[in-house]
Ligand binder design. Structure first.
Ligand SMILES: Cc1cc2nc3c(=O)[nH]c(=O)nc-3n(C[C@H](O)[C@H](O)[C@H](O)COP(=O)(O)OP(=O)(O)OC[C@H]3O[C@@H](n4cnc5c(N)ncnc54)[C@H](O)[C@@H]3O)c2cc1C
Length: 422
């Protein structure tokens, strides 16, 4: 796929001149919002500050197959999918292992650069106009309404671009959302991540993701190892405190299991980025403006996965924005429908996952070790064998509560939580 897209369809030509909507950011969420707007007949321009879509990548790209399929995105073409997984192994800092093995693959790891390019090319075919190396510097605000953006493209001087609606999909920096008066991300939910690619990983099952939990190696989050079919792996972690790179070195040298898997591994690529686990910001819309994806912290507080929830909200944002454009009413009174519909789609899952994150963060390493032993003892792995839903974790949890092992585990975790938070 070439870096400088794309086709020049009639819609794209129209968007180039007078877009109905501007999308800031050509990540998966921005392209998905743009695609869905274009499908509804809107002229859309996407501004992406980098010269190539999807690059540089900072993401592991581990995504649920079921959710991708529900969005019409699976199977994915070509080389985008690097591997699929039907198992996960969880390790305590002491090396206690709890495994879940499912009948068929439930997750895929994608090459994020190719995945983002694929979504952008779909949007482009639908008529979206992309401008690369085009950085949005600020919003144009007039009479309390966002009316467009100020941008710089390469060495050219700043220019203004107007549209009825600006969709902010700029990722976690959420600079423009702040300018639009939306609340900042919850600082307490921020974790600092390192994502690497490694050669020479040993002793891993090619269809299982490895997850290392506990404060000793990843306080406030966890570490992961995602094997690819070509023998390389994506390995990373995030931490609430301290330097993620130092924690990664500690994991590679001192973790009773990971040190054996990674002891001889070579890091071939490293990226640093931030993840927001604090749940969606409390207001995601303003006059002429919507925030989606990481910019609005639409990320799972348990796993840090933001692709599926971001795409879910991008679709809703596009529906509401397209209606607003048609009705010639882009006031916040109308655009609030976006937040309402996102709440209906994801609100319950977010509230369950936020509680689960709080519980996990409150556990000492000894308690985590005990908990993994308990899960193995009550046969929770067997109960989870039938799980297909891993994104909408609140709903999945409710379904599983009818199973005795899950019920026992819930009681156990509740007791742990209460003893850690007297
Ligand atoms: C280490 C790590 C691992 C992760 N692993 C997973 C995972 O396995 N699965 C998962 O689902 N999620 C994962 N995530 C989260 C996932 O990466 C994000 O939720 C997802 O990328 C959000 O997409 P987005 O389009 O909102 O933002 P981004 O992907 O960040 O895209 C934002 C885009 O906006 C552009 N941009 C920013 N500012 C401007 C500007 N002013 N003007 C023009 N362009 C601009 C950027 O260049 C970028 O292309 C991970 C995150 C990290 C940090």
């Amino acid at each position: 796929m070439s870096n400088k897209p794309f086709l020049m369809t009639p819609n794209a030509k129209q968007a180039e001149n007078t877009p109905d909507a501007i999308v800031v950011g050509g990540g998966p969420v921005g392209s998905s919002a743009a695609l869905n707007l274009a499908k509804r007949g809107a002229g859309v321009t996407v501004f992406e500050e980098h010269a190539a879509i999807g690059e540089p990548s900072h993401c592991a790209g581990h995504i649920s197959i079921r959710s991708l399929r529900n969005m019409g995105l699976y199977p994915l073409p070509g080389e985008i999918v690097e591997n699929t997984f039907s198992a996960a192994n969880f390790y305590s800092p002491m090396g206690t292992k709890f495994s879940v093995r499912l009948a068929q693959p439930v997750t895929a790891v994608v090459n994020r650069a190719l995945f983002d390019k694929y979504l952008a090319s779909k949007a482009e075919v639908a008529g979206v106009h992309y401008r690369l190396s085009a950085r949005v510097e600020s919003l144009l605000v007039d009479g309390g309404f966002v009316k467009g953006v100020n941008l710089t493209e390469g060495d050219k001087k700043e220019e203004k671009e107007y549209a009825q609606v600006v969709i902010d999909a700029e990722g976690i920096s959420s600079r423009l959302s702040k300018q639009a008066g939306l609340p900042a991300l919850n600082r307490d939910g921020i974790v600092y991540a390192v994502e690497t690619e490694m050669d020479g990983v040993q002793d891993v099952e090619s269809d299982a993701v490895e997850v290392y939990v506990g404060r000793m190696f990843a306080p406030g989050f966890y570490a992961w190892l995602i094997p690819r079919l070509d023998g390389t792996a994506k390995v990373g972690l995030a931490t609430k405190t301290g330097n993620p790179k130092e924690f990664l070195q500690r994991l590679m040298r001192k973790h009773p299991v990971a040190s054996k898997q990674l002891g001889k591994a070579k890091i071939t690529q490293t990226a640093f980025h931030t993840i927001s686990l604090g749940g969606p910001i409390s207001r995601t819309y303003a006059n002429g403006f919507l925030a989606v994806g990481d910019a609005a912290s639409q990320v799972k507080p348990t796993t840090g996965g933001g692709v599926i929830f971001g795409l879910t909200c991008a679709r809703i944002a596009a529906e509401v924005a397209a209606d607003a454009i048609k009705r010639n009413d882009v006031s916040s009174d109308f655009l609030r429908l976006y937040q309402q519909r996102c709440g209906e789609a994801l609100g319950f899952d977010f509230s369950v996952m936020l509680r689960a994150r709080r519980l996990l963060n409150s556990l000492s390493d000894e308690k985590i070790d005990e908990a993994l032993r308990f899960c193995a003892r009550v046969g929770l792995g067997k109960t989870l064998e039938t799980v297909e839903e891993i994104d909408f974790q609140g709903q999945a949890f409710l379904k599983l509560l009818t199973k005795p092992a899950m019920f026992a585990a819930l009681g156990y975790f509740l007791l742990l939580y209460l003893s850690a938070n007297p």
